[in-house]
Design a protein around this ligand. Structure first.
Ligand SMILES: [Zn+2]
Length: 396
């Protein structure tokens, strides 16, 4: 019903365009008005009222002259088709615009941008890229929009060098990202993606250079510090790795949990367990979280026994109720209980296990996407740095 209503609105626009187009044609060639226009127009109407929108579109494309007065109607039709997912039809409408004379340069560029958007939507990224690269060169008006689309294409294709080069050409003041991230943060993520690949291939020198670039783009990039730590750890440079990990809580406290295992490994390899415990407790004071509670409890268990770990967790549970820490408390008491008490604890653990398994650990604060892995680029809304650990009773 909504589609029919939209078509009717478009029909009114097209009718107006048809009327003016007819007048302008009459002005230009008094008695040579092409009969095909009228024929296609009435055909389109017939298709519309018989609820055959596809045929109606074909008829309207043929019926409506392309000129400055009717351009908006053509663009509205094309964009509506793209939004409805009928990209082939949208491409047809926009290609029809570009093939016709009568548009000025700015209008041609606008039609070209819409056609590029159709190609992006249909996955024809090479064709979209070619149109957008040309627009960047020739159209100051559509340069920024074209660069934004190019960045998205390069991002989808993992072509990070090209993504950075396109982002470098953007106007910082005009840039508005979906997630609220700055242009510097965006470029920093691109450089981190490169570094991540380098680290995976053990190309340490390249990784170092990309991470330095990432920090140049965004000095507060917790991701860059985490990757730097991984790079140093991979080369056995534990003190250097720690210096990067120590920066993370001030850069973005939400991500300090991602470096906890590395922090423990570094202190352990350096043979400094007391310094580790002191650091973890200080961190817990400043940035309370359940993962930190569990980590400190694990250290207490190693150094002392199950009871010391359980007492620590029980104390923290009074301050911050949490399903995950409660579960660990039950686990710690299980081996030390027997008879009826043990059976009840086992039952409680089974129930809590089920609740924990059903709860995701991460959530995008932009679109609400949830999962159990950290994605720097949200798979739901394609925003950078919006997926964070979930807090509260069921999370951190
Ligand atoms: Zn999202």
């Amino acid at each position: 019903m909504g589609d029919i209503a939209t078509f009717l609105l478009l029909f009114l626009g097209i009718a107006a365009g048809f009327f003016f187009g007819r007048l302008s044609l009459r002005d230009r060639a008094k008695d040579h008005y092409p009969k095909d226009y009228a024929l296609n127009y009435y055909k389109g109407l017939s298709y519309l009222f018989n609820e055959q929108p596809d045929s109606a579109i074909d008829a309207f494309i043929g019926a409506l002259e392309v000129n400055s007065d009717t351009l908006e109607t053509h663009l509205a039709l094309g964009n509506m088709l793209r939004r409805r997912g009928e990209v082939t039809k949208a491409i047809k409408v926009h290609q029809n615009l570009l093939a016709r004379p009568g548009l000025n340069t700015r209008q041609q560029h606008e039609s070209q941008l819409e056609l590029a958007r159709d190609y992006v939507k249909s996955g024809l990224l090479d064709r979209a890229e070619a149109l957008l690269v040309e627009l960047v060169k020739v159209s100051p008006t559509y340069k920024q929009s074209s660069l934004e689309h190019l960045v998205e294409i390069y991002q989808d294709e993992n072509e990070w060098d090209k993504a950075i080069a396109a982002a470098n050409q953007m106007d910082v003041k005009q840039y508005r990202s979906r997630s609220g991230a700055s242009l510097g943060e965006l470029k920093s993520h691109f450089a981190c993606e490169q570094a991540q690949e380098d680290i995976h291939h053990k190309s340490w020198a390249k990784a170092r250079s990309h991470l330095l670039e990432a920090l140049k783009f965004d000095g507060k990039s917790a991701r860059a510090s985490l990757l730097f730590a991984k790079l140093e750890l991979g080369q056995g440079r534990f003190r250097e790795a720690l210096s990067h990990l120590h920066k993370v809580p001030d850069q973005d406290a939400d991500y300090l949990l991602m470096g906890l295992d590395m922090v423990c490994e570094c202190y352990d390899k350096l043979g400094e367990p007391q310094a580790l415990q002191k650091y973890l407790l200080a961190l817990l004071e400043r940035h309370p979280s359940n993962s930190l509670v569990l980590k400190v409890a694990e250290r207490l268990r190693w150094e002392q026994d199950d009871y010391a770990a359980a007492d620590f967790i029980a104390e923290r549970l009074k301050e911050r109720p949490s399903i995950r820490t409660l579960n660990r408390l039950v686990e710690l008491y299980l081996p030390h209980s027997e008879g009826r008490g043990r059976e009840n604890l086992q039952l409680l653990k089974q129930l809590v296990d089920r609740v924990v398994a059903e709860k995701p650990s991460f959530c995008c604060n932009k679109c609400g996407f949830t999962g159990n892995a950290l994605h720097w680029l949200c798979p739901g809304c394609k925003s950078w740095g919006t997926v964070k650990p979930i807090r509260g009773v069921a999370g951190e």
